[in-house]
Design a protein around this ligand. Sequence first.
Ligand code: FE2
Ligand code: FE2
Length: 285
Amino acid sequence: MQFRRERRSGSPRRDHALLTRVFSAKGMAGLEDIFELSVPERIQEQLRRIPPDHLEYGHSTGVAALSARIACKLAEMQRDNPSLFKGKDAEELMLLSADSGAWAYAMGRIHDIGKVSTEEMRELFLNNAGNWEDREDKEQLIRAKEKHAALSAKELYHSGLPPQIIDGVLFHHYPKGYPHGFDEIEHPPLGARILAVADSLHAMWTRQVGKAGGYIKRRSLREQMDDLLSKNGAHGYDPRVTEALLKLVREENNLFMRRVSRSRSLTSGIKHLPIRPGREPRDLP
Ligand SMILES: [Fe+2]
Ligand SMILES: [Fe+2]
């Protein structure tokens, strides 16, 4: 009873289930296999320094899956409205969305590789000494955070990866104003605009997942989405990218509601419970 009431008003349990699906590569057959085939072994070796149970590993795979989904959704939107992206953006979208978003997925997997590219960075980022705001090395960590995007791109130079992927990684924190020296970048690459949204939502989500794998309610999915949308605009997120994300979350929400309706019909003995119609983004919890 409690869960049902919570679910209607947007519960942490439901937000968690929805976001787990949004950040999962399940059903996106072969993306990890393509990644292993297309990204040089040297880069993959760096990534393997992150233990699979570490938050940074989940961040890499989660941002990768969502970036691939966003790229494919944007390509779908582009088919409906061919003037949505033009010129360089349209070409980049073709690259990122090809083969179920394989390059967008690879870009997400490696976007934070600078966090583990040196001994010093590994010590800072793979250290699980609790909340970073309480850490003694907080200042050092802040400086490392500011330079990690540039370090990531440096790792990728001369790797043979498409330049659009490397530029996407270099500028994925453009809304925060780094790498420094590029603060006023007028037109960040499309890859960076996709990464910025996927990265931001994943960071907001994991901040509210408890250490034991449970969840604590700090901000609802609705609040997180509002936060992302409020940053649309000149120096914020690309509204077309956030729209693609909203569409994805809405689709997952509809699937979720159908599953709940089906399981309710089984437990109550009602065979054909009507499926709740899809809800608009503004109705999301
Ligand atoms: Fe990053
Ligand atoms: Fe990241």
